[in-house]
Design a protein. Structure first.
Length: 383
């Protein structure tokens, strides 16, 4: 399909319709934030407590890691704990989703996480750059993370022939890939990045790397004793790979399936508030799954809702999804959603296809049409 045949739904809407959509999304945001209270606060506190319990349980089990059943169980529980801490807690807290609680312990200004990125660098590259310039070519540095060709508008280079291979490495060591991405390689290469800021960020990454090395590869293995040292070290390494692979899969499925649109700077030059909302909607894709799946994904299975309202507690996305779908239906907008297998397959096909020269934009979905038994998955803990 030629690029000229793919028209952004933005081009089919009048200025009045775009502004009407903006007002409807503003109303949803206001309604949710006016209703936040103790049940929401109890939710995030319970998730933090659950993570700590799982982490403690896994460490206790891994004291017997020289026994294979204990190794498998301890590694699995530790992997889940790391996923929960990274996705539903760290990502969402540092988005400011829980700042309304005014709890200094659960606040975007003070929270740090078990990941290679420093909070300062990640919040700038992710919260500001990515969520402001979502899918704007040349502005959103998360489009391929400067190492992947995931959009046919990107100029092909010979290095992309290797992207199916280093795609696997990125998945396994995703936290480090993101941390390096947060340094802004383009700015470093162009000489526009402040050298003192770069040194500060490198020191921060080094400090976090050292803490992870000490915690996962020295301290806890030593607690398992001489016979369990290597087994616990292997378990911790495996748990980190599990967390990284899961984070990679959820994030790539939410941003790079075929049905996501990208935009030129000219298309969004005079963007209004309503246009901003629509661009966020068109540039993201949801992943359908069970309530447990959504909690473990940080509720980023609702990536569409997250991009529209990144500051809203993610546990509320399931609640507002029917309203977002209704807006899409009434205005003829696509609501991009699919099962995990379909979305990850679409992403991997794109990575393989665009490793080679050429390539054209994939077919895009039409307006959202609900089916008779259309249901919305609810969060694990209702709020």
């Amino acid at each position: 399909m030629s690029e000229s045949m793919i028209e952004s739904p933005l081009a089919r809407l009048s200025a009045e319709e775009i502004e009407a959509i903006g007002r409807e999304f503003d109303a949803i945001h206001e309604e949710v934030f006016n209703s936040l209270g103790d049940r929401d606060a109890d939710y995030i506190r319970s998730i933090i407590a659950l993570h700590r319990q799982l982490a403690l349980l896994s460490r206790a089990i891994l004291l017997g890691s020289r026994y294979k059943p204990a190794w498998i169980l301890g590694t699995s529980v530790l992997g889940i704990a790391k996923i929960l801490e990274n996705m539903e807690i760290g990502h969402n807290v540092m988005h400011g989703q829980w700042d309304w609680m005014q709890d200094p312990r659960i606040n975007s200004a003070s929270w740090d996480w078990d990941a290679a990125s420093t909070p300062e660098a990640w919040k700038h590259s992710h919260n500001y750059v990515h969520h402001t310039y979502t899918n704007i070519r040349g502005k959103d540095k998360d489009l391929g993370y400067n190492v992947m060709r995931i959009d046919p508008h990107q100029e092909w280079r010979p290095i992309y022939l290797l992207q199916p291979l280093y795609n696997l490495l990125l998945a396994a060591f995703f936290e480090w890939g993101v941390a390096a991405h947060d340094l802004d390689r383009d700015a470093i290469k162009a000489g526009t990045k402040d050298k003192e800021e770069l040194r500060r960020q490198l020191r921060g990454m080094g400090s976090k790397a050292w803490r992870q090395i000490v915690k996962d590869y020295i301290a806890f293995p030593l607690l398992s004793g001489p016979k369990g040292f290597k087994k616990t070290l292997a378990a911790n390494f495996t748990a980190n790979i599990i967390r990284n692979g899961w984070s990679y899969a959820i994030i790539f499925c939410g941003h790079f399936p075929d049905q996501c649109y990208t935009f030129s700077e000219e298309e969004v030059a005079d963007e209004t508030r309503g246009g901003f909302y629509i661009r966020q909607l068109l540039g993201a894709a949801n992943i359908e799954g069970s309530p447990i799946f959504h909690v473990l994904s940080g509720n980023l299975g609702y990536q569409v809702e997250h991009h529209i309202f990144p500051d809203m507690p993610a546990s509320r996305y399931a609640q507002i999804a029917p309203k977002v779908k209704d807006i899409c239906q009434r205005y003829g907008l696509p609501y991009n959603s699919g099962r995990f297998g379909r979305q990850i397959g679409s992403v991997q096909r794109t990575i393989l296809r665009l490793a080679f020269p050429g390539g054209s934009p994939a077919a895009k979905p039409g307006p959202y049409q609900p089916v008779e038994d259309d249901t919305i998955t609810r969060p694990l803990i209702a709020v």
